[in-house]
Write a protein that binds this ligand. Sequence first.
Ligand SMILES: [Zn+2]
Length: 141
Amino acid sequence: MISRRQWLLSPAAVLALRAEGKQSVRGRLRQAPALPPAILVRDGRAVELQADAPSTAVLRDPRLKDEDFEAVGRYRSPSLFVVDPIHERALFVWRGGKRLVVTYWCDVCSIRAWSPGKCQCCQEEMRVDLRDPSLGEMELR
Ligand SMILES: [Zn+2]
C-alpha cells in the first residue's frame, strides 16, 4: 500500500485533481463595503467570489485587503468563482513567490483557526498567520 503522501505526489493524483475540475483564481483581493468580495485578475476584470460563511469572513478580513490572493474552487461563469469549503483550505496569499495558506493564530493559547474572530479560549482577537501549506497545522512555525 502506498501512503497518502506518496499518492498526493504521484501523477495519478495530479490527474485526479484535474478530473475533479479544481480551478483557481489569483489577483488582488477586492473588498468594497457594498460589493461581494472579488479578485481583480490581471486584465483588470473582477471575478466575484462566492463562499461559505467562514471563508467569506476571511475574504472580508480588512487585514487581507489588496493582497495578492488566490482561491481554489471552480468557475461558475467567467465572472463568478465558487470557493471550496473552509475545511478544504482553499484560500492563499502570495508573498515573495510563495503560496501561503491563510490561518489565524492565538499566541497566548497556541490555538489555530481558519476564519477570523476571537480566540475560543481567551477571547482575544486572533492574528493572521500566513503559513507554508506543507507544515502541519499545529507546528509552531
Ligand atoms: Zn487565546
